[in-house]
Design a protein around this ligand. Structure first.
Ligand code: ACO
Length: 324
């Protein structure tokens, strides 16, 4: 039996920090509202030509180095992003060149905030079926490029960044299972309303740029309910009791959603990796950013049982149970 395991992790954040107090100066909001409703204190924002691709390259290089894997050993590249540099070529395709990978398969996966869990799931399947031995998986976003800085209901929530893992084939189980879902009936609750084929109607408001439109309160309720379902599904599929989990590594959209999921799992917040306070919601980048932080600071150790989960636009949601 072939499994995949995490051989190394990496991440990258833009240097520019935008605090809640900075936002107070440009919109009708305040630090207290943002902290109490979301848990966010500050976020990172791209500048000076930084893009999803450039951050992916930084995160990818660090993951390769941590794994002790040379670029030419990688035999598949999967990038979870909803904010690619270009419509095409894909970010993965541009990254293949940037990292000096062989002419391997390279693809973007768009599942909004669940993008990394989707990408990880694809990579895990390629390894399990024997097609790939070493896969670079990235979650990277420049969600701030989709913000209207005049709309406080969304502008305060998001940040930019990238995270990466190298998955490699192993006889020992690392990734125990992955689970992905989608329900397009909720498309209008969290969307950009614009695209290529449907056209660019209705975006005059944001200087002609697309913007995130979200019915936050309704998203919140479905997110809490759905994450409850997927963590049960993940534990059930592995006959695992919640007491056997060492770490919850959740998507970082909102501290209240994170604590609700931790409560369902009877986990103390000491067992939950939280970055939302410093990163905001970095969409597909949030889970690998949190994982890399906890690996590098020594919280997550080899042998620990990790539950990763995410929920996002679509709606999409996903999870992975991993013996690190
Ligand atoms: N500053 C100050 N006041 C604000 C702000 C702000 N930035 N934004 C909204 N308000 C006001 C509203 O106008 C409203 O005022 P009113 O009561 O006078 O009408 C009040 O605050 C409450 O607004 P709500 O939207 O009801 O606030 P809520 O408690 O729901 O918090 C939030 C909003 C933080 C967006 C929350 O609903 C949430 O986190 N939702 C889930 C987001 C999520 O998980 N998204 C999925 C992933 S994203 C992706 O896939 C790309």
């Amino acid at each position: 039996m072939i499994y995949s395991r995490i051989a190394g992790t990496g991440s990258h954040l833009p240097a520019k920090i935008v605090t809640n107090h900075d936002l107070e100066k440009i919109m009708d909001t305040n630090d207290q509202w943002i902290r109490e409703r979301t848990g966010i204190h500050e976020r990172r924002v791209v500048s000076d030509g930084e893009t999803t691709l450039s951050m992916s390259a930084e995160a990818g290089r660090k993951a390769l180095e941590a794994a002790g894997v040379a670029p030419e050993e990688i035999d598949l590249l999967v990038v979870g992003t909803t904010t690619p540099d270009l419509i095409f070529p894909s970010t993965a395709c541009l990254l293949q060149k940037e990292l000096g990978l062989r002419d391997i398969g390279a693809m973007d996966v768009n599942a909004a905030c669940s993008g990394f869990l989707y990408a990880l799931s694809v990579a895990d399947k390629f390894i399990r079926c024997g097609d790939s031995r070493k896969v670079l998986v990235i979650g990277a976003e420049t969600l701030t490029k989709l913000l209207n800085w005049n709309k406080r209901e969304t502008a305060v929530l998001f940040g930019d960044g990238a995270g990466a893992v190298v998955l490699e084939a192993s006889e020992e189980a690392g990734v125990l299972s992955t689970h992905i879902h989608a329900d397009g009936a909720y498309a209008d609750l969290l969307t950009t309303h614009v695209g290529v084929s449907r056209g660019f109607d209705g975006i005059e408001e944001n200087e002609g740029r697309p913007e995130i439109v979200m019915r936050g309160n309704e998203v919140f309720k479905v997110a809490v309910r759905t994450l409850g379902r997927i963590v049960k599904e993940t534990l059930g599929a592995n006959n695992l009791d919640k007491s056997e989990l060492d770490w919850l590594i959740p998507h970082q959209a909102n501290y209240r959603i994170i604590t609700a999921t931790a409560r369902m799992l009877d986990m103390s917040m000491d067992q939950v990796v939280v970055t939302v306070d410093r990163h905001g919601n970095t969409s597909a980048a949030s889970v690998p950013l949190a994982l890399d932080e906890a690996v590098r600071d020594g919280r997550v150790k080899r042998g620990d049982m990790l539950l990763l989960e995410a929920f996002g636009g679509g709606f999409t949601w996903g999870s992975a149970l991993i013996r690190y």
